[in-house]
Design a protein around this ligand. Sequence first.
Ligand code: FAD
Ligand code: DHB
Length: 391
Amino acid sequence: MRTQVGIVGAGPAGLLLAHLLRLQGIESVVLENRSRDYIENRIRAGVLEQGTVDVLNEAGVGERLRREGLVHHGLEISFNQRRHRINLHELTGGRTITVYGQQEVVKDLLRARVEAAAPLYFEVENTSIHALDTATPKIRFSHNATAHEIKCDFIAGCDGFHGICRPAIPAGVLQIFERVYPFGWLGVLAQSKPPSAELIYCHHERGFALFSMRTPEITRLYIQCEPDEDLANWPDERIWEELELRLGASDLTLHEGAIFQKGVTPMRSFVTEPMQYGRLFLAGDAAHIVPPTGAKGMNLAVADVRILARALAAYYQTGGTELLNAYSQTCLRRIWRAEHFSWWMTSLLHRFPDTTLFQQRLQLAELDYVTHSRAAATALAENYVGLPFTE
Ligand code: FAD
Ligand code: DHB
C-alpha cells in the first residue's frame, strides 16, 4: 500500500487529522487496534473549548454537536461548604464551553470517514513503524491475519500515551518532563438528573469531587481516589454517600440514579520535546498528558492536529517545510500553558496525602482569591474556555 500520511490511532487526534487532510485533498490511511464499537463507547472527556467547537464546525462535523452539545456560560467552585460561580462568558468577552462526550466527537468523525469511504482499519495487530528518518517511512501491521506494509510520505503518531510511535523514536532524541500525582479519579456515569445546570469543582477535606453531565438526564461524576483504586471498594451506595459528603452542606440535591459505568483514571503530567523525529509527527496524548482537572486533554489533541494538518497542506501545496519544521515549537507553547493550568487546578482542588496544615491554608487562600478577585477569576476563566488560536 502507498499513502501520503499514515495515521496510527483513531482517537480524536487521528480521526480529526484524517478529516482535515481529506478536506485539503490529502490521502491518509488510519490504523486502529481496537474495534469500532470499543472506541465509540470509550467514556472519557466531556468539555470542549470554544476553539475546539469552532474547528469541528468549520470542518463540517459539528451538526450534531450544535444540536446536542450543552453550552455553558459558567462553572462553580465549592469549598468550605459554599459554592461560588465563575462567570466564564462575562470574564472572557463572550466565550463559552460545550459539554459533549468525547465518544460523540469520535462517532461524528468516524461517520464522516466511513461516508467518504476513506481507508480506516479497525482491530489491526502488531503495528510497527520504520525508516522514520528517510523520505519513505513505513508502517507494518496485520489485519485479519494478513501482514501489510504501507509506504508513506509522513507518519502521524496519534496512538495515545501507551502507543507504539513515541517509543519507536531512538533513545536520546526526546526529552521527557513528567510528574505523577498520588491520587486518581473514580469516574461514573449515572442515569440521573444533574444536581446543577453547571459543572461544580469541589474542594473538600475528604478529597476532590466533580459534578458534570452528559445530557439533561445523565450525570457524570468524579471522586478523588487512590491512583490504583480497586473498583470493588466502590459499590454504588458508597459513591453516592461520598458525593453527598463532599458536596457539603449545600442547598443542592443529588438525584441518585442507576450507575451504569465506572472507571479509575490515574493522573499525570507528561510532555515530550520535540514532538517530531524525521518524518514522524506525534500528536495528542502520544506526545503529552495533563491531569484531567481543567479538561484540557482532548482540546490539546485537537489543537495539535489543526497545526499539523495546516503544515502538511502547506508542504503538499508548495513543497515548503517551514511549518512542518516549526510544528513542535508551535504546539508546545499552548501545551505548556495547558500543562501549567492543569497542574494548578489539580494542586488547588485535591487533597494531597502528605499535605500539611500550612499547605491546606494556602489552598484555601488561593480558592478565596480566585472566587473573589476579578483578576484571578479572569485568569482561570480564560484558560478554562481555552486561549484563542493565534497560530
Ligand atoms: P486517544 O484518545 O488515546 O486515542 C489513541 C488511539 O490510538 C486509541 O483509539 C487507541 O486504541 C489507538 N492505539 C493505541 N495503540 C495503537 C497501536 N499500536 N496501533 C493502532 N492504534 C493504537 N480531555 C478534555 O479535553 N476534556 C475533558 O473533559 C477530559 N476529561 C477526561 C476525563 C477522563 C476520565 C480521562 C481518562 C481523560 C479526559 N480527557 C479530557 C483527556 C482526553 O480523553 C484525551 O486527552 C484524548 O483522548 C486524547 O486523544 P488522542 O486521540 O490523542 O488519544
Ligand atoms: C469532565 C471532565 C473533566 O476532566 C473536567 O475537568 C470537567 C468535566 C467531564 O468528563 O464531564
